[in-house]
Design a protein around this ligand. Structure first.
Ligand SMILES: Nc1ncnc2c1ncn2[C@@H]1O[C@H](COP(=O)(O)OP(=O)(O)OP(=O)(O)O)[C@@H](O)[C@H]1O
Ligand SMILES: [Mg+2]
Length: 275
């Protein structure tokens, strides 16, 4: 086992922390430090403070507070997007740089759905049961996948830090507004070429299969496409890796065909990537 391997036993104290963290005056003061612009109403009229209070449990607030102490972030500006299983926050780092915080929600996670993307991956062998542990592991998995990609020059948001259910990444976009995804933009021939190139490098160099490669999980920026949402990515030796790859290729092909491009046969792309 290399030092890179995740020992899920590290998470033994998670629930203990939650119990320890009571809403004393001292703790409330800590929470207030997190949201520096507490009453800020976002451009779309969203009162972020209200949502923050609804989505963040105390344990997550504590994790954010610790990230401030560790100088990963200075403060959180507010919510960018709230999904079913994760919420994306716009935070600011000590040097004023924008940081994306992906907060995985412990309460809504679908344990069974996630297990299929973990069990069988040789990188994650010592699994502990429990929803909270699974969520923490998922966040670590996304962090590791991103690091593996960055190491092989695959365009992804730079991973910065992970702690419990909070993942800090380079913010892709401007002023708290994320860059457009492929789904939200006009498409050119070169997008298709790039998408296949990214998928190929992911498989051959990083030895990963995304597992949820779609127009919703690819940013289109001025400097090209950027792949994100890598929590589902598995090692190429995972028992379902080939099925996931086939599905990823089919989804992408279908999307580009729908947008009017001439596309290759998915089977041929699969052969090209894996041979
Ligand atoms: N690094 C980032 N910088 C800026 N915005 C981001 C970043 N990562 C994600 N986002 C924004 O948050 C949204 C959700 O992120 P992501 O796809 O990683 O999470 P998810 O849990 O899969 O959510 P969904 O179910 O909506 O796909 C993205 O569509 C994007 O707009
Ligand atoms: Mg997504």
């Amino acid at each position: 086992m290399s030092s890179d391997d995740i020992d899920v036993d590290d998470f033994d104290n998670a629930d203990h922390d939650l119990e320890k963290f009571e809403s004393t005056d001292d703790n409330l003061e800590k929470f207030e430090k997190i949201f520096a612009k507490k009453r800020k109403v976002l451009d779309d009229g969203f009162d972020s403070n209200k949502v923050e209070n609804q989505v963040l449990d105390k344990s997550t607030m504590f994790t954010l507070y610790e990230m401030i102490n560790a100088k990963v972030i200075s403060y959180v500006n507010g919510i960018v997007k709230a999904g079913k299983e994760s919420v994306l926050f716009w935070a600011v780092g000590p040097d004023g740089q924008d940081i994306a915080l992906k907060v995985y929600l412990v309460s809504t996670v679908s344990f069974k759905k996630r297990a299929a993307y973990i069990v069988g991956d040789p990188r994650f062998t010592r699994l502990k049961h429990g929803t909270r542990n699974m969520v923490y592991l998922w966040a670590k998995k996304e962090y590791r996948n991103l690091r593996q990609c960055a190491r092989h020059n695959i365009p992804v948001p730079k991973p910065i830090y992970v702690s419990n259910n909070v993942l800090a990444l380079e913010f892709i976009g401007k002023n708290g507004i994320p860059a457009s995804t492929l789904h939200e933009t006009e498409i050119e021939e070169s997008d298709y070429t790039q998408a296949i190139e990214i998928m190929t490098k992911l498989y051959r160099n990083a030895r990963l299969v995304h597992g949820d490669f779609s127009e919703y999980n690819v940013f289109k920026t001025g400097s090209g496409l950027l792949l994100f949402d890598l929590g589902s990515a598995v090692d190429t030796t995972h028992p379902n890796a080939q099925n996931f790859l086939e599905r990823d290729i089919k989804n992408m092909t279908y999307f580009f065909a729908k947008r009017g491009l001439t596309v290759k046969n998915p089977k041929d792309i699969l052969t090209e990537i894996t041979s």
